[in-house]
Design a protein around this ligand. Structure first.
Ligand SMILES: Nc1ncnc2c1ncn2[C@@H]1O[C@H](COP(=O)(O)OP(=O)(O)OP(=O)(O)O)[C@@H](O)[C@H]1O
Length: 690
């Protein structure tokens, strides 16, 4: 019997934001302007002492106050930060949940100190790893555990493996099952926290640091330590594998290039660090906005960092942001900027779900194909490297060395160009999809508003619909603007591609060295094959993504129709499907209980009909208002031609049904129903066919 997998329970949670103010350093000149009040509020005093009394009473002060989940003053240790803001979510990692902790703040504000710490004041990375292994020790008898660790850095928009001695550039991959992954990143099996700390120290020694005017050992890169915990329950059937992940992120400082007085390479670092941090800030902005406005586009694709942090920011993760600040008055602007972003981040919601079990066959087939393509790409790269080393080792052809190093630079730029093009195209298509949903919702809202106005229905409801319409219009405008920017970037990318092509063509026409030409043409062939493979992989990713989306929509529809696990099991059985994880056949007692619950709920709420005819009394206990009688789950489930009824239509039908029958449904319950209809729309576009 074919089987599909049941969805795990999702819990919506907001991002926890904690602020940590470091002590004023000895050599730091200036005044301490930060006050932490009752472990939650942060007060930033006006750095300008010359403000007179009049300025202050006329509210011209630059004093600012913010409130967070937690706030820690200079006297707080890392252990205190850990205990109050993180320790409660770490156990989730050994229970199959994802946890992300990241430190955000300007240069020298104490991010690395907070994440890594010192011997006397161990940081959050060290403390959380000890907790993970202590928890594993406790459950070792009943369950099997496998812990792996990876450590990477994003430097100048290039990903490096910090656990490799001389790591090459690594590429990001969008894995439909695991989300964003880094191809070729070393994952080392570990048995103790000490081993990870050893790896962490080794990785940290490889991290790119520079001395800037603000911090003598300023981290120039964003570092991500990921601990993955697989837990297999020994004596349980079916054998479930829980897969939890802990991502600990130490971001680079968000200083501006001119403030650190840097030049050359350092300036480039600054620009790229800021590109990533700017992208992060934009994502935080968009995510904050999304909580209020729905369907706003979140530009994760604008940097490597935001792509890596995508899950931690809005996906399947419990996330803590530690905003680090300096108490010094000269850092006022950085401090206020950091706190502004931290304040916005409080609005972000994530949806935590246990990562259970093995992938279904369909997806794993695709995964295998993608893996083999990936292996092929690696093989191509290896072959190319071999050819290059053969060429440079022949003394007679030493003259080609300079050209080879030139070729290396060009090849790297071509590869980046291709990656960027794929990324931009994907961003465009995601943006278009978001706007397609926006436009169809707009169309439906227009229809309903017109119908409401024609029959002069409740003015308050029309106002509500018009307000929603304005929000959607606003989203469309923002998304269109983002689309224009992406289009410009695509054009610039295309222009760069032509330039690179021109450079190679010119070199080929000028150069008389036969072997070099051979290598060059070989390279170009391999390069093209590589790009084609990457495009193919991107397309396959899309196919898998669509399938997962359809599956998700199917669950949303079933849940939205008010079906519970047993009814879904029943429907699936009729179609010859089993659902993994939902194996129970409801006992008679349970059915009776459920049936009485349903009967009692009928008098208080209006819900969709299950449409289940078999299973007898269960089906007749469901409320069946006229508005839902057109929804026939049995029919659409069996036939791919049928659509799910537009929830706005249901809403309109419901309101007219209520008013025609003199029902006592209040306008607030109508608005509540509208909100739930919207949720269905957002989760499952109604144009989708199954
Ligand atoms: N809580 C603290 N207690 C004592 N010293 C601290 C504390 N936080 C930071 N410091 C000191 O402040 C300096 C800068 O800290 P750190 O290197 O952690 O900053 P950063 O935010 O990681 O900077 P960058 O972004 O430039 O890497 C270091 O000398 C560090 O020892």
């Amino acid at each position: 019997m074919p089987s599909i997998r049941a969805p795990g329970a999702k819990k919506s949670t907001t991002l926890t934001v904690a602020v940590k103010c470091r002590p004023l350093r000895e050599r730091e000149r200036g005044r301490d302007i930060v006050r932490v009040i009752e472990s939650k509020e942060v007060l930033i005093l006006d750095p300008d002492l010359s403000k007179d009394y009049l300025d202050r009473i006329q509210n011209r002060t630059k004093e600012k106050q913010y409130c967070f989940d937690h706030a820690f003053g200079p006297e707080s240790t890392n252990l205190e930060v850990y205990t109050k803001s993180i320790s409660s979510i770490i156990p989730g990692v050994v229970q199959g949940l994802n946890v992300t902790v990241f430190a955000y703040g300007s240069t020298g504000s104490g991010k690395t100190y907070t994440m890594v710490g010192t011997k006397d004041d161990p940081g959050l990375m060290v403390l959380s790893l000890h907790t993970v292994f202590d928890l594993i020790k406790k459950d070792k008898r009943s369950d099997e555990f496998e812990v792996t660790c990876s450590y990477l850095e994003v430097y100048n928009e290039v990903i490096y493996d910090l656990l490799e001695k001389s790591s090459g550039h690594l590429e990001l991959r969008e894995d439909p099952e695991q989300g964003i992954t880094v191809a070729g990143l070393r994952c080392i099996k570990v048995r103790s926290a000490d081993k990870i700390l050893e790896l962490l120290n080794m990785g940290n020694s490889r991290r790119k640091t520079e001395s800037t005017e603000v911090n003598a050992t300023s981290s120039r890169s964003h570092a991500v330590l990921e601990i993955s915990v697989k837990r297999k329950q020994k004596n349980k059937y079916p054998n479930q594998v829980l897969h939890g992940k802990l991502a600990l992120v130490d971001l680079a400082g968000s200083e501006r290039a001119n403030e650190t007085n840097n030049a050359g390479q350092k300036l480039r670092d600054g620009a790229n660090i800021n590109r990533s941090l700017l992208a992060l800030a934009n994502c935080i902005n968009a995510l904050g906005k999304q909580q209020k406005k729905g369907l706003a586009y979140v530009p994760y694709r604008n940097s490597k960092l935001t792509r890596i942090l995508k899950d931690g920011l809005s996906g399947n993760s419990q996330t803590v942001m530690i905003a680090t600040i300096s108490p010094a008055d000269i850092q006022y602007h950085h401090t206020v900027n950091t706190l502004k972003y931290a304040d916005r981040a409080k609005e972000i919601k994530t949806h935590v779900q246990k990562n259970i079990g093995a992938v279904d066959t369909h997806v794993s087939d695709y995964q295998r194909m993608i893996d083999s393509l990936q292996t092929e790409v690696c093989l191509l790269k290896k072959k190319l490297a071999e050819k290059e080393s053969q060429l440079s080792s022949k003394p007679a052809e030493k003259a080609a060395d300079d050209e080879l190093s030139w070729l290396n630079i060009v090849s790297h730029e071509i590869s980046e160009n291709v990656q960027e093009r794929i990324n931009l195209q994907k961003a465009m298509s995601e943006l278009e999809e978001t706007n397609l949903n926006n436009r169809s919702e707009l169309q439906r809202l227009d229809d309903i508003i017109a119908r409401h106005q024609a029959i002069e229905m409740d003015g308050a409801t029309v106002e509500d619909l018009i307000a929603r319409r304005l929000v959607i219009l606003d989203n469309i405008r923002d998304n269109d603007e983002a689309g224009i920017n992406y289009q410009k970037e695509i054009e610039a990318n295309e222009k760069q591609r032509c330039q690179l092509q021109g450079m190679i063509d010119e070199a080929v026409s000028r150069n008389g060295n036969k072997t070099y030409l051979q290598i060059l043409s070989q390279y170009r062939l391999l390069g093209m094959a590589n790009s084609e493979l990457q495009l193919e992989m991107a397309m396959r990713d899309q196919v898998i993504q669509n399938q997962r989306e359809s599956l998700k929509n199917l669950w949303n529809l079933l849940m939205g129709l008010g079906l519970d696990e047993k009814q879904i099991l029943h429907l699936a059985a009729k179609q010859g499907l089993t659902i993994e994880g939902w194996t129970t056949t409801p006992s008679l007692g349970l059915l009776e209980k459920q049936s009485s619950n349903l009967s009692s709920s009928r008098s208080t709420s209006v819900g969709p009909s299950s449409g289940i005819e078999e299973g007898n009394q269960n089906s007749c206990d469901f409320p069946c208002p006229d508005s839902y009688s057109r929804v026939k789950p049995n029919t659409w489930f069996g036939s791919p031609e049928k659509h799910f009824q537009d929830p706005y239509e249901s809403y309109l039908d419901m309101t007219s049904h209520a008013s025609h029958n003199g029902s006592c449904m209040s306008s607030s319950s109508v608005v509540g129903d509208l909100a739930s209809s919207r949720r269905i729309i957002e989760a499952a576009p109604f144009t989708k066919k199954f």
